[in-house]
Unconditional design. Sequence first.
Length: 366
Amino acid sequence: MKIVLQNLTKRFPNRNKSVREDVIAVNNFNFEIPDGKLIGLLGPSGCGKSTALNLLCGLLKPTTGKIFFGDDDVTGVPAEKRGVGFVFQNYALYPHLTVHENILFPLQNFKGKDKLSKEEMLRRAKEAAELVQISSLMERKPSELSGGQQQRVAIARALVKMPRILLLDEPLSNLDARLRLQTREEIRRIQRETKITTVFVTHDQDEAMSISDEIVVMKDGVVQQIGQPQYVYDHPANLFVAKFLGTPPINVFDGYVKGGRLFIGSENVMAAGCPDQNVSVGIRPEGFTLDKNGSITCRLSGVEVMGRDITVVSANSACEAASVRSIISAENLAAINGDTVRFSLKPDKVFLFNKETGAVIGCELN
Ligand code: ADP
Ligand code: MG
């Protein structure tokens, strides 16, 4: 089931009484979520992700705009009639019910023509439990499960209704690092098997990038960019998106273009096919190559060995942050010595941004 958001806006009165303006938690969303895909809604805390999900599931009414599931306008349809499965960060299982009873619970609420036979309910609960691999835990209470198992129960409970759409709000936040990895792979597998159109909310770029068919990057209620994770990483629309994606984060320098050359600090680093202007220069950590004749010079602060790669930590007065982090192959370790390091730059890992607006500048670099 595809989802279409049309001029979707949600305003809240500001909680801070001294501020007159409303908070615009979701600001004029216009995009389509294709049928059967997993979309990652990504942005820092407070950017409006949960509000967007709550609008989709019907727990909140939009201030303006419309929501369509397929061709149906569901904007005025109450939450329980939307056919949406919702999984929250804190699982929200019923503590006094067993796993089996928790999964059955939503089906027992079906009324009238939707009412299911006992056999059908049991069959569906069994199927959902198998899908998330908790069949052996059916008689336990939530308190007797690990966080990862509880989250699987929550997913089974959302799936048992055979929702048209699955919404997950930071479902992995309460899990430890290893379980997060495992559970996110599970979610991906379940989504592929069921082909339910899924919206997955997270503030963790790594998580969103790894499981999403497409990501929607948000800031202050405004969509910044939509696209396949690799595309957005390789073609950030603005400095915010460039900084939000990637670990270690992109390095940002003060620079300028003059006479067809890009300068960082006073160093002439590469050819730039755009008009003279001051720019912010973003360089991905993997965009540096150790080169004793390289065009950019940094003071060496240290080296972090990570096995396959090493991170060279250095300083450059044009850099916006205290350290420049560059990732190079561990084979080059021996070549790093002395007080300075020089790098040449990979042009496709270098991005220029407008100093005032942060928008990316179309500029041929080489
Ligand atoms: P996220 O899920 O990305 O962390 P939210 O959607 O929860 O962000 O919140 C977005 C913004 O809307 C925040 O500034 C938040 O304080 C505000 N907000 C959310 N819910 C309400 C509400 N019920 N009343 C007033 N402001 C709200
Ligand atoms: Mg939230």
